[in-house]
Design a protein around this ligand. Structure first.
Ligand SMILES: *Cc1c(COP(=O)(O)O)cnc(C)c1O
Length: 436
């Protein structure tokens, strides 16, 4: 497999280089040079494959001989060891539950696959890989649990003190082993600034082999295609063959993976990009002008992104399409009030509780379906996280009804370990150098 930079197609690297670099020097993003349709035999018979079988087929098709079959099989079996069930809520409205992994969010797919690929590429005797992540909550948990116990790696997670939910904090701070948590007296942006500065610090780069695990890494994008194929497989078994996916979107990695699946031959009729008040992409699709903005805070805070990092990938995938993205992607944005209303409607209509991000995707699907001739495609909205991760923003009566999953119950009994730091870089640097 070869990948190019979206900024320079002659700048090509191997999969291994793309995984370890995360981002090309020229600040583009890595994309596969070849994105070919999967074979018809596979696409027509998707309904007879399991999720790990689909994952292997799709990964093998993209990766070629970058990872030998046997090793790829092992990585997938280890990484994709939980389900992504499709649940019917009403006629032509399905929820794709992506929260059955260890951190209860879809980011587990990307983080678990990426950590195992990195460990696979690490050669014997190489310096330990030091992963630095700043998180507003969800990314940190997925990365921590994704790398937990993975040999040759260590993770340092920075999160804004007092600004993540109780369960998110437990997921960050109770791991031990090769995962350590730092609470920063500041905001998420302060955490991100510390991590960014660490990456360009000479002394730290000499002492450590630093890597970021952020959502632009191609090894996080690829495994997210798996559940789109698997959702379609489930729809085929339920007698549907037309599908529309509604995706709660922040950095547009999740929907980007869906569009990659479409390029690989998955017959998707339409994608719906559902955002909160951070509506840069909905604005772009209606006006044709891409105008990044500073992010605004909402109750669906994992989508508070004013300049979605993966949007360039989506643009890149459309450069060879006769029609622009507007033909395939519809976009809707909702404010916090509308999000809460949607949450309530979902609870009363189906007795089903969703997280605020997921509520936005449901509302977008309903609004889109309203404008369509009836009875055509099955609508699938992606549930990106379990609602128990966001109890503080849910209305009290709804929060009280949430059934807490087993994974979380164990966390309370665990020892919390966290280092508190200020937002100054010197303090963070001293901490890293003093805890080699
Ligand atoms: C990260 C996240 C999103 C946004 O996903 P993108 O790939 O950044 O668009 C949505 N919902 C939840 C719960 C998340 O954690």
């Amino acid at each position: 497999m070869k990948l190019y930079s979206t900024n320079n197609h002659y700048n090509q690297v191997s999969f291994k280089e793309a995984v370890f670099n995360s981002m090309p020097q020229d600040r583009g993003l890595y994309m596969p040079v070849v994105i070919e349709r999967l074979d018809d035999e596979f696409l027509n018979n998707l309904g007879s494959y399991t999720l790990p079988e689909i994952a292997f087929k799709v990964a093998k098709h993209l990766l070629g001989d970058a990872i030998p079959e046997y090793d790829l099989q092992t990585i997938i079996q280890d990484a994709i060891n939980f389900e992504a069930p499709l649940v019917e809520l009403e006629e032509n409205v399905y929820v794709l539950e992506l929260f059955h992994g260890p951190s209860l969010a879809f980011k587990d797919f990307g983080a678990r696959f990426m950590s195992r690929v990195m460990a696979y590429f690490l050669e014997d005797g190489e310096k330990m890989l030091d992963v630095l992540v700043a998180t507003s909550g969800d990314t940190g948990g997925a990365v921590a649990l994704g790398f937990l116990g993975v040999p040759g790696t260590r993770v340092t997670i920075l999160y804004p003190k007092g600004k993540v939910s109780g369960i998110q904090e437990l997921q960050l701070t109770t791991n031990g082993q090769n995962v350590r948590a730092v609470e920063v007296e500041g905001t998420f942006d302060d955490c991100q600034a510390l991590v960014k500065q660490a990456f360009v610090d000479d002394q730290l780069n000499q002492a450590f082999r630093l890597t970021s695990a952020n959502s632009i890494n191609i090894a996080r994008l690829i495994p997210q295609t798996f559940y789109y194929f698997n959702a379609y497989a489930q729809l085929l078994r339920a007698g549907h063959n037309k599908v529309v996916f509604s995706v709660p979107s922040g950095n547009f990695g999740n929907i980007g993976a869906g569009i990659l699946a479409w390029k690989l031959g998955l017959p998707v009729s339409h994608f719906i990009a559902a955002t909160n008040a951070n509506d840069t992409v909905p604005q772009f699709l209606s006006s044709g002008v891409y105008q990044p903005k500073p992010s605004v805070q909402t109750i669906s805070n994992a989508m508070d992104v004013g300049d979605p990092s993966n949007w360039v990938r989506i643009r890149d995938m459309f450069k060879t399409e006769p029609e622009g993205p507007g033909k395939l992607i519809a976009a809707f944005s909702y404010n916090d009030e509308e999000t809460l209303e949607a949450l309530q409607k979902i609870d009363s209509a189906y007795n089903y509780i969703v997280c605020p991000h997921t509520a936005i995707a449901w509302q977008a699907l309903k609004d889109w379906q309203q404008d369509q001739p009836t009875g055509k495609a099955a609508g699938v909205f992606l549930s990106t996280a379990h609602p128990c991760k966001f109890p503080d923003v849910l209305p009290e009566p709804i929060a009280a009804k949430i059934v807490i999953p087993e994974q979380v119950k164990d966390l309370d009994a665990k020892q919390k370990q966290v280092t508190s730091l200020g937002k100054d870089f010197e303090g963070f640097k001293k901490y890293l150098l003093g805890n080699k």
